[in-house]
Design a protein around this ligand. Structure first.
Ligand code: GDP
Length: 356
């Protein structure tokens, strides 16, 4: 699961990436050359895993993780190949969701494209994504047209849908494809359009009232539920401070947001839930797509478990923590047996029974 960090130059993307990777114990970090994005696999904070590891007397804890990419290089005209152009766009294509950073701080020493204007900046970036999508769509439509001419009924149908989509994109409207039939939606998802990716807007703040006004403006435009504050510079300065001292600063300065919140918001936007496995070796949190079945959870752990799946023993982490042991859970009948089609719930603890 990949999160792509995008935004205009000098808005604080790399600083935010660095804060997140530093604050969330990077599992792996491979810096590529400048045009390749920096990638960091970041563990997701979890308030139950430690308790579960005690129950399992587990030697180690493994947190769920998601991958962040710091994608540099977007300038106005990127869709026409300006700046790092297509390279940049192809990196965004790899992302499942997008963190779109906009500048809400004032600092005359840091070059920007003009006066601080978070909404205009966001629109500049979005316009590039949209233009790139229209091109992608145009190419796809050419193919559909020739297929439709040879009598391909399905292509003709997709052509209608793609017309509707192109119209909407042209009017800079979000395409609402929820009502599309499954096959058309599948066709669309293959196009992997940039402007349809779920997005969180991150306002890079300073501590001034002015900055808060910028944030308000952004939140009105993007929707408060899609907007997060992040004090990149300040967070970077606090990155080496211990947790208690940090908490003091955070309270004194009245800052909200921060790396943990952003990572959690990304996790939710990726449509992920967490399930746990516990044994003597390891207590582990696994990310899983919402609405996945037990058999899919088993497959995440090991392909053998998927192939030889018999059943799963399931209990909610909360309940297990309350009871304090698997023995107790079993005695009280709280450890349920579930089949392969069981829809895994957020924070289920799962033990897969399987035969190889
Ligand atoms: P990027 O080009 O979007 O990746 O931006 P960087 O993270 O490299 O930041 C560009 C410059 O702005 C650097 O000198 C940062 O130290 C500075 N910067 C980043 N965030 C802030 C902030 O919140 N306030 C101020 N004053 N400077 C910042």
């Amino acid at each position: 699961m990949q999160v792509g960090i995008i935004g205009l130059p000098n808005v604080g993307k790399s600083t935010i990436f660095n804060v997140i990777t530093k604050a969330n114990a990077v599992v792996a970090n491979y810096p590529f050359c400048t045009i390749e994005p920096n990638t960091g696999v970041i563990s997701v904070a979890d308030n139950m895993l430690e308790g579960l590891s005690k129950i399992g007397e587990s030697a180690k804890l493994t947190f769920a993780s998601i991958q962040f990419m710091d994608i540099a290089g977007l300038v106005q005209g990127a869709s026409r190949g300006e700046g790092l152009g297509n390279k940049f766009l192809s990196h965004i294509r790899e992302a499942d969701i997008v963190v779109h950073v906009v500048r809400c701080f004032t600092d005359n020493n840091i070059a920007s494209q003009g006066p601080v204007d978070p909404v205009a900046d966001a629109q500049t970036v979005n316009a590039e994504l949209l233009l790139a999508d229209l091109e992608t769509l145009q190419r796809a439509r050419e193919k559909l047209k020739s297929a439709a001419r040879t009598g391909d009924k399905q292509a003709a149908k997709y052509l209608d849908y793609s017309q509707e989509l192109a119209d909407r994109l042209n009017q800079e409207e979000k395409a609402d494809t929820a009502s599309w039939p499954q096959d058309a939606a599948d066709w669309l998802s293959q196009l992997n359009l940039l402007s349809l990716k779920p997005v969180i807007y991150v306002a890079n703040m300073d501590e001034t009232d002015q900055s808060r006004q910028y944030f308000e403006k952004l939140a009105v435009w993007a929707g408060l539920e899609n907007t997060v504050k992040f004090y990149a510079q300040l967070e970077w300065e606090l990155a080496d401070v211990d947790a208690e001292e940090r908490q003091q600063y955070v309270q004194e300065l009245g800052i909200e947001g921060g790396p943990e919140l952003l990572v959690n918001r990304c996790y939710r936007l990726l449509d992920l839930i967490t399930f746990y496995t516990i044994n003597k070796n390891e207590a582990r949190a696994w990310p899983l797509k919402k609405q996945s079945k037990a058999i899919q959870a088993a497959g995440k752990i090991h392909t053998d478990m998927q192939k030889g799946f018999i059943r799963a023993e399931v209990i909610s982490a909360e309940e297990l923590l309350k009871l304090g042991s698997f023995t107790k859970a079993r005695e009280t009948g709280k450890l349920r047996l579930e089949g392969r089609d069981y829809i895994v719930k957020d924070r289920d603890v799962i033990q897969v029974r399987f035969a190889v």
